[in-house]
Design a protein around this ligand. Sequence first.
Ligand code: PHB
Length: 397
Amino acid sequence: MSTATPNATTVRTRVAIVGAGPAGLILSHLLAVAGIDSVVIDQRSREDIEQTIRAGILEQGTVDLLTEIDPHTRVHTVGDRHDGIELRFQGAGHRIDFRELVGRSVWLYPQHEVLKDMLALRLRTGQDLRFGVTASRVEGINTETPRVIATDADGAELIIDADFVVGADGSRSVVRPAIAGTSRDGYFREYPFAWFGILCDAPASADELIYSNSPDGFALISQRSPDVQRMYFQCDPDIDPNAMSEAEIWETLQVRVPGTTLKEGKILQRDVLRFRSFVARELRHGRAALVGDAAHTVPPTGAKGMNLAIADVVLLARALDTLLNENDTRLIGTYADDALKRIWKAQHFSWWMTNMLHSLPEHNEFDRQRQLGELRSVTDSEAGRTYLAEAYTGWPI
Ligand code: PHB
């Protein structure tokens, strides 16, 4: 069954991790703490990984874990603790006070900062971490010696022989077909809209995030630093991000956040984020498992993506510790079911926030009024606000 070419290089490790995003890197750390070595590969360069702009909200449990990993984590100095968010509709803001409702917070700390920290930490502690290495397939997951076949930056074949293979390689996972049979086998929902995201040179328009429902569509006002802001507005998924002038972008954003005036500035970057919900049908098979975006995708409205990936990894690290150190298969046997409980709660929350806040092409006046009724049910009631606060700040892992 081996398909190695004669000049292939073979390395041997206990866990082969495909993908050096937050999930793959944190997993390699937790495994190292348990005395299990791993090789992490990623097709991107270190610079690409560190510069990709992604979401920015860390749940309380994620921050607790990052603090456990490194007590001096920059989350507490560079990051910004947020004790609430604002839901805005019909021109008025309604604060959801996380601290008061559930005694928890979230932190605004962009994913690429988490990546910079974790890459530096893993490299400092001697992790075998290889950039520019593209996995092509996984073999032998029904044996005790699965392997990853990859191509390194120079085009030479690299084979990683392991006791276990983990796909932390994002929504276009190469590991997923080995586990699920096909790369698309799972549960899907597409949404008929996307987010137009901008990064701009401007002072903050608010201290906390504003999730705004308006008759013209949704907008989210987020921040990055005292002088750089991140904002999004609901748009057509097929829009060309370069087709709008800066003036048109600002006009769109201002109309979407009625009752407040956004501080404008030079637009530094623009992108379009597709919206979809996905859960792979199988998260583990034999000696291979999926974590993070390889296992599931959520729309960004609930700010759950990276947090969910990290929660998967905590469960999988425990399961691999008992499997590889004690030869006990119980936790790896329940990994998928254990992870799926949280994944489906996060799927529901992300879908719910999305539907409550966006306007859909098929909405009529009934739907519009019903949506405002739903927003009022949340903001007028302590039970409603508490549900949102509990889900947004994250369930205990
Ligand atoms: C962001 O700051 O990029 C961000 C924040 C909250 C979200 C999504 C994105 O729900």
